[in-house]
Write a new protein. Structure first.
Length: 190
């Protein structure tokens, strides 16, 4: 089944519907089916910047679940500005494919759904008692603020930013799916 979508709202809705139908057919034993979602970027209807962070459901093979992926979109440079207020925020934004960012316990049985954990400098900047600095639980856009005031090693300097997919129960998604980037943080007036 091939569908061409020109509207942002309709392509997301129909892509999700196609995935649900394919999973349903698979559970009913109707064999292996494949859906290709083709996005027509040439249309002005519901036009958007194709480089914006977005959750994309694509190329779902019901014989097996689609493979989720994550990439860091921001910070996109090796340098990033940290806000000059008391919390020392720095924005992070990710692109998700075949994954829906959601708070733990809110996926209601939907596969490939759950929080995105963000760590900075390993566990150096984590919230007290938690395995992350911040968590992305909604989108698109899929973004959050890293609060670098918590960093034991200080706010400025080179730190590894890592994002990783976690299932609805908070456990690490298997297979481990993550992205990481080394970033030089500096304080900037915004």
């Amino acid at each position: 089944m091939i569908c061409r979508f020109t509207s942002i709202a309709s392509r997301r809705t129909l892509a999700l519907l196609a995935l649900v139908l394919l999973v349903t057919f698979s559970q009913l034993g109707c064999g292996t089916h494949r859906a290709d979602v083709i996005v027509d970027e040439s249309s002005d209807v519901g036009a958007s910047d194709s480089s914006s962070a977005d959750t994309v459901l694509a190329d779902a093979d019901v014989g097996g679940l689609p493979i989720p992926s994550i990439t860091i979109r921001e910070p996109h440079d090796v340098e990033a500005c940290v806000g000059d207020d008391a919390t020392r925020p720095a924005e992070i934004e990710v692109n998700l494919t075949n994954w829906r960012a959601a708070a733990e316990g809110t996926c209601a049985g939907v596969t490939h759904c759950g929080p995105v954990y963000v760590t900075v400098g390993g566990d150096d900047c984590n919230q007290a008692g938690l395995p992350y600095d911040t968590v992305i639980t909604s989108g698109p856009p899929n973004h959050a603020l890293m609060l670098l005031v918590r960093c034991k090693s200080g706010v400025v300097g080179t730190k590894t930013v890592r994002v990783e997919l976690h299932d609805d129960d908070g456990s690490v998604h298997a297979p481990l799916t993550f992205d990481a980037r080394s970033v030089q943080f500096k304080i900037c007036s915004k």
